[in-house]
Each structure stands twice: as C-alpha cells, then as structure tokens.
Design a protein around this ligand. Structure first.
Ligand SMILES: C[S@@+](CC[C@H](N)C(=O)[O-])C[C@H]1O[C@@H](n2cnc3c(N)ncnc32)[C@H](O)[C@@H]1O
Length: 250
C-alpha cells in the first residue's frame, strides 16, 4: 500500500477520493448551524464566497437563507455532488484551485471552514490564496478561517494507525508527519466485504500565529478570534479557532 507522495498528489486528489463518502462521514463534523448563523449575520445579506466548498454542507444552508453564495473547489467529484443536492441552483460554483484563481466578486465574506486551508500543502500556495482573498474582498469585507490549534488538538494526526467506525464502516487512518516540512500525509483505508478502498489526504498545518503572519503579509489584520462559531472566547487551551481578518487599511 502506498502513501501519497508529492509527485502524484494534486489539489483535486483529496476531494475526488472522499466525495463518495463525504456526506455520510462528515455531515456533522463541525457546527453547521453555528457556521451558517454567524456567516449569515456577518454577511449582512451580501455576497459570500466559500473556499473548498465541497458538497455544499455549509454553502447550501447559507444560500438557502437568500444570501448570494459562491463556492470554489478543485474537485469535480465534490462539485458534482453539490450540483445534485442543489436542486434550486442557489449556489454559484467554480472548479478551481483556490491558490490559483478566485471569482472577482467582490465579496463581503470569504470563508474557509473545517481546516480546509491546510489542504494547501505548501506555504507559497497558502500565501497566494490569501493574496487572492485580499484582492476579492469588498473594502469592508471579512476573511474567516476555521481550523484546529495544533498544540491543543488531541486528535492531531502524527504517525501511526488509528481505527474509526464511520457510518457503519470501519476505517483505518495511516498517518505520517514529515518533521522538516510539517506536512502530514495519510491514507484512509475503508475495509469492506469487497476489499479495501484507499483515500489519500495531505495537509500543511499552521498555528494561529503563523496564519496571522501569512495574513499580515497580505495586508489582512486579525480583528476577532473565537474558539468556535458560537463566538466563545479563545483561550490558551482552545483546540479550535474561528479567526476573522479584515483589510489592514480599511
Ligand atoms: C475538508 S473538505 C471541506 C468541504 C466543505 N467546506 C465542508 O466544510 O464540508 C475540503 C474541500 O476543499 C477542497 N480543496 C482542497 N484543496 C483545494 C484547493 N487547492 N482549491 C480548492 N478546493 C480545494 C476539497 O476538494 C474539498 O472539497
């Protein structure tokens, strides 16, 4: 069994591999209601863009509130599922790598939820993405990131094998953390009667401070940091953060 390597791992690899099980395995993995409520509130009913929109777990309920919502994703398989779910065609979608292209907007809110920013697996891509974000925000726009805090996150993948029972199936997650690059790569192995299904994934983890530094280099300043979508106070023991950035010169 091979772990993905940097040669064949593309920006579409994760999404294409997980699209068939995504809604079964991850529908409730984060606070959908809280995310929808806060994004809707902060948008003031204006244009919202989700980076790595996936199957529309978050974008669909936001758009259903009448908020003009656009999603970008690099996986055609994820977007195919979003389209199938979006029978009223409320979410505008674009197949694109968020480090390379974003719709012009401008957007009042651009957000990247559920650790999706870490799917950009080198620092240059993370910088490029935030440069695009900066250029696509309205002057009063906000960029919102949800991610885990590596030092406090007990489920942080490091090295080894863990098993999970997900939606009536057993899944082994084989993980390797590269010490120098900080990249964590893994292989999700779903064991079924007809054999094993392999789904590779790869992330480049950043601390909240590191994210602030990348943002600052792109003229984005931190204006709020909560530990969740309910706006609970962020503390030294928080294992997740919801961080809000605005244009530094706004
Ligand atoms: C963890 S899923 C999150 C999906 C959705 N935001 C949610 O919360 O359910 C990450 C998504 O980001 C997409 N993605 C990964 N790398 C990307 C990239 N470079 N550009 C655009 N989308 C990307 C994947 O295809 C996948 O749909």
């Amino acid at each position: 069994m091979e772990l993905p390597n940097s040669v064949n791992y593309l920006s579409s690899t994760y999404g294409d591999a997980f699209a068939d099980v995504y809604d079964d395995w991850y529908q409730q993995v984060t606070d959908v209601e809280g995310t929808v409520a806060l994004i809707s509130h902060l948008s003031q009913g204006r244009e919202v863009l989700e980076l790595g929109v996936g199957t529309g777990r978050l974008a669909l309920p936001i758009a259903s509130k009448g908020i003009p919502t656009t999603g970008v994703d690099s996986s055609s398989e994820m977007l195919r599922r979003l389209k199938a779910r979006d029978t009223s065609k409320v979410v505008k979608i674009h197949l694109a790598d968020m480090a390379e292209w974003l719709p012009v907007g401008p957007f009042k809110i651009i957000f990247c939820a559920y650790n999706t920013f870490f799917n950009l697996v080198n620092s240059a891509e993370q910088e490029q993405c935030l440069q695009l974000v900066r250029d696509r925000l309205t002057p009063d726009g906000l960029f919102i990131v949800e991610a885990f805090v590596p030092s406090n996150y007990s489920l942080l993948p490091t090295r080894g094998v863990e098993s999970r029972h997900l939606a009536n199936t057993t899944v082994l997650n084989i993980t390797i953390r590269e010490k120098v690059s900080g990249i964590v790569r893994g292989q999700s192995v779903e064991l079924g009667e007809s054999g094993a299904v392999l789904r590779p994934w790869k992330i480049l983890i950043k601390t909240p401070d590191e994210l602030d530094q990348i943002a600052a280099r792109q003229n984005l300043k931190l204006v709020e940091r909560w530990q969740d979508w309910q706006q609970s106070a962020f503390t030294s023991t928080s294992d997740h953060h919801v961080s809000v950035y605005a244009l530094a010169n706004s």
